[in-house]
Ligand binder design. Structure first.
Ligand SMILES: Cc1cc2nc3c(=O)[nH]c(=O)nc-3n(C[C@H](O)[C@H](O)[C@H](O)COP(=O)(O)OP(=O)(O)OC[C@H]3O[C@@H](n4cnc5c(N)ncnc54)[C@H](O)[C@@H]3O)c2cc1C
Length: 470
């Protein structure tokens, strides 16, 4: 037994044996086998390579955003050889993927979430995954051959440009980027930020959301998505934004301006006015991928937590940390919360498989809010157990916390999902009011039939210690 796969007192319980009972009937034998391969690949190849990747990026800003760490190509070659490639494209909608369902990929994404390199190594990294889904679902043949094929092969990378610095972009109707028809071209003017992936020198294509018809009465028909090559004249990347001080190089989050950027009209995806439809279609499965990776991150944090509280060299007040009840209680809470969150994500994935992302809006919103909060709580407990070591570069926890925190904002902040969920739940209010009133009425009829009064309306008449009925 490889020490890199140890996960229980008795050695190793493979990932397939740990699939929750509720999900088992929906997982094929092939997916179970692949899941075990993914686990082995992540634990034995990717996690040990994470620090090599970080070192190969370099030190100066210029190095960091022009580098392509060679270890990544080594990992990609290994993943391809194992058949661990493009597992994210669900089989019921796409022929281009590895032939798994959202649920099956969800189980695999948990393991990918434990390593910084694993998602890209298997060509399952955001934002490429969502962008490939857009191209596969809505792109025409020419767009697919030019951009989807090299993305599917892992030869290039991509970015999705929606958010803008000057408007509240969690409401995408606010987006101001102008996309104007001019002869056989479109001309783009505006500013974008948080363009994740745009720092990577291999990022060749931007999917840009802007307005082609800002005056349209229907505010959901004003937007379009258009393909813009990264080197089109008029594009300037001004800076890379940091996340709690981390630059996320070479991937990066760009602040980009477009000054009369001209692209052929044939770069329009699906047609003018279809932008909202595209972003809605893109975000559903993507949120599940993020959620399952976050479950994996929480699981990894718990592993680090357990390692620390069982370190015989650390004995505050004469005891190892696991002898302090408060730590064991935190372990138990973490176990409960991770397992509950995983079930919620798998449930959402099953719902998407049974219908589509639109049919699973409630379940997706639930996990979009639930999982990042759970992940942060579990990482925070692990950080606390490490003391000073927990907040510095000596464990992966500090970076995991920074990354995990962004998940409450990325793809729409918590509040937007909570508001939608709350409003929809509240629609059931009048029906429940009517049902409760009808039940009360029936109770009164039953009481009358039996010549009785409701228990809490009975009066007690006690005089001189003697009780008599009213
Ligand atoms: C690490 C990272 C990566 C990202 N990657 C990308 C990317 O690749 N492409 C891209 O286009 N964008 C990306 N984003 C941007 C992200 O999607 C936006 O930040 C997010 O949608 C919020 O938009 P905003 O920043 O404009 O905040 P705003 O819309 O200004 O919202 C600010 C805050 O207002 C509150 N709020 C919003 N709506 C409501 C409401 N209805 N009720 C109550 N409160 C509300 C929330 O607290 C919210 O956080 C990324 C962001 C981060 C942090």
């Amino acid at each position: 037994m490889s020490e890199l796969l140890q996960n229980s007192q008795n050695g190793h319980l493979p990932a397939s044996a740990r699939v929750p009972a509720i999900a088992r009937p929906f997982v094929s034998e092939r997916a179970m086998k692949t899941l075990d391969l993914v686990e082995k690949f992540v634990e034995e190849e990717c996690i040990p390579a994470d620090a090599v990747f970080a070192s190969q990026i370099g030190e100066t800003t210029e190095q960091r955003f022009t580098s392509h760490p060679p270890i990544m190509e080594e990992l990609k070659a290994k993943a391809k050889k194992l058949g661990l490639w493009n597992m994210f494209l669900p089989k019921n909608h796409f022929k281009e993927g590895a032939g798994f369902s959202n649920l099956e990929y969800g189980l695999m994404a948990e393991y990918l979430g434990k390593s910084r390199t694993a998602s890209e190594a298997t060509n399952c990294a955001a934002p490429d995954t969502g962008n490939m889904e857009v191209l596969a679902k809505y792109g025409n043949e020419a767009q697919k051959r030019k951009w989807l094929d090299p993305l599917l092969n892992g030869e290039i990378r991509s970015a999705f440009l929606m958010t803008e610095p000057q408007v509240a972009s969690s409401d995408a109707t606010n987006i101001e980027m102008k996309i104007e028809r001019n002869g056989s071209d479109y001309v783009l003017n505006g500013s974008k930020w948080w363009s994740s992936g745009s720092g990577d020198p291999r990022c060749k294509i931007y999917l840009v959301l802007g307005k082609t018809d800002p005056k349209n009465q229907d505010k959901y028909k004003q937007q379009s998505v258009i393909l813009v090559p990264h080197d089109a004249p008029g594009i300037t990347i001004h800076r890379m934004l940091s996340v709690f001080g981390y630059d996320d190089a070479p991937h990066g989050h760009g602040h980009i301006s477009f000054n009369n950027v001209r692209v052929p009209a044939s770069n329009m995806v699906l047609g003018e006015g279809r932008g909202f439809e595209i972003i809605q279609g893109r975000l559903g499965p993507g949120r599940i991928h993020h959620a399952m990776r976050s479950v994996g991150a929480a699981e990894k944090a718990l592993e680090w937590f357990l390692a620390r509280i069982n370190d015989p060299k650390k004995t505050p007040f004469g005891e190892q940390l696991h002898k302090h009840g408060i730590m064991i209680e935190r372990v138990a809470h973490s176990r409960i919360e991770i397992d509950a969150a995983r079930l919620a994500v798998l449930n959402a994935a099953i719902k998407i498989d049974e219908s589509n992302a639109k049919g699973a809006l409630k379940e997706i919103a639930e996990v979009k809010v639930l999982v990042p909060a759970m992940n942060l709580t579990v990482i925070d407990r692990a950080i606390q157990a490490y003391g000073g070591a927990g907040v510095c570069q000596d464990t992966p926890l500090a970076y995991m916390y920074a990354l995990g925190r962004t998940m409450r904002i990325v793809d729409g902040p918590d509040e937007v999902h909570l508001l939608q969920l709350g409003k929809n739940e509240n629609k059931r209010g009048p029906a429940h009011k009517a049902r409760i009133e009808a039940q009360q009425k029936k109770t009164e009829e039953l009481l009358a039939k039996h010549g009785m009064k409701k228990a809490d309306t009975l009066q007690l008449n006690r005089v001189n210690g003697k009780v008599s009925k009213l």
